[in-house]
Write a protein of this length. Sequence first.
Length: 544
Amino acid sequence: MDGSCRPLATIVLFSSILLQSCGGSGDALPGALGTPELRAALFDSILAWTADREAFSPPKNAVLGFDPLEAMAALRDDVVNADSEEDLFYALLRLSNVRRDRHLSVTLVPDGLSLAYEAGLPAWERADPPAPRMAPIRVLPDYGGKGAAYFVADVAAGTDLPGATPRVGDRITTVNGRPVAEFEALAMPYIRHSTVAGFRWKLAEALPLNTALFPPHLREETLELGLSRGDGSTITASLPFLSRDSLEWTGWAEPSYPGFTRQWSSPTFDLFLPDDGRWVVLLLWHGFEPSLVEDMDRLMGFAQEEELLDRAVLFDATRSGGGSLGPYAVQRLQPRPFKTTFGTLQISDVIEPFVRERQEAFRNRRVNDGDGPETVNDGRWLMDWLENEVLDDLAQGREVTDPVPFKLAHAPKDSDGVLQPTPVHFRGPLVVFSGPNGGSHLDQFISIVADNELGPILGMPPGGYSNTWEWEQVLTFPGTDQLVVGFMWSIGHTIRPNGEILEGNPAAVTHPLPLTADNAGEYYDLLLQEAFSYLASVDFQVSR
């Protein structure tokens, strides 16, 4: 279902709920678990709000073969029949995650639901959330086939384990006594994801952790793994959960570039140059961090001084996160004009408070996305659009705004979104390494490169999740002041340069190279080989 159809029965039901007296603010609070009646009212409220607010993604829903509202409605009994605070929390977590949106989390809030064990969960304004302990291994998905497949990607150095010890490359056959495919299916409702590939990456990250992300029936005191080795032998390993700070990793499957030396590091990227003078630079991209503008300006100054601007840029985003201001980087990393991403807002009951929040941020000079800036200017383009077109759309009863350049960060609302390279920019080819570890603004960056044909994309698609903004609020039982959890909605779409919705619809790679248990130890060598083969195919002289 896309955002064009709002189920009237659900909205009418929600309106009737708001008129019911379930205990006013002057009455004793019912407790975070509530009653079956309050939980039913809460569920119906969430479903109605979702129908009104959510920016549904038809391409994602088609690929995954589901209707998010129907999937949510099927979980009503799970919420209504919850018999403990813990049971209700995990029911609400499943209810949120069934929308298949990596951005949307459920958070614990003061005086709301509480758990006996909270490690690893997002929390509302909690300064020091408990960190989960970890088994002394790292895990990665094997993308060589279509089913559930995972392997050991690192074993902490110097760890003294009783019994059988995992080795890098071992394939996981069972998790806590369950076949790995069964464990994957049981874990899926608790892992936020927008694509199957992205889900498997995040499950692999979570598998060694003793985290409350999973409900108690999926956690044990130790991590019991059945492992298959290349010689056909099998072992069962019992792994303790240890302090993460005590673990030292070998880095077997981490990014590495033989023949390159790191020149310097920044929060946004590490810069590598080849030892043999080949005509390339390599950026290990960490994310589109708050310091992106400063870090890119430093890179351009360095490249000018060292006469690097005619080199090809190898951009490794396989372990990158999101952030903002990616087009600022694109304008400097390659020589061609390009169309940026666009964005919309879903018109709903939260638009007025959302605009008020942005006005307050603008007054305090905090027009930002988390800790990072959203715009290269002071945000006036963005505020003009919000205070005029968006509020006019609300008054006119529209369902969604017209697309504008993404968050008005790099171009005004009447722009065609085409950006020019800056006067100082890299003039050689751009080659991007991609993978499903990250998404959000990374997905936007990859779509800009792919849809504008700015260079090849090597490896695997990114995580496939991106929107304009989310709306987050603390839920209470209707008619009461009893807090429950924080809950989120995606309230706008990112539009790729090719005109498609980006959420659940990542740009395809041009040179596929799936990560597998067999190639993980040499994966970055293979990416480099593919990159140099591409550069040779376009007659770019690497050796000079």
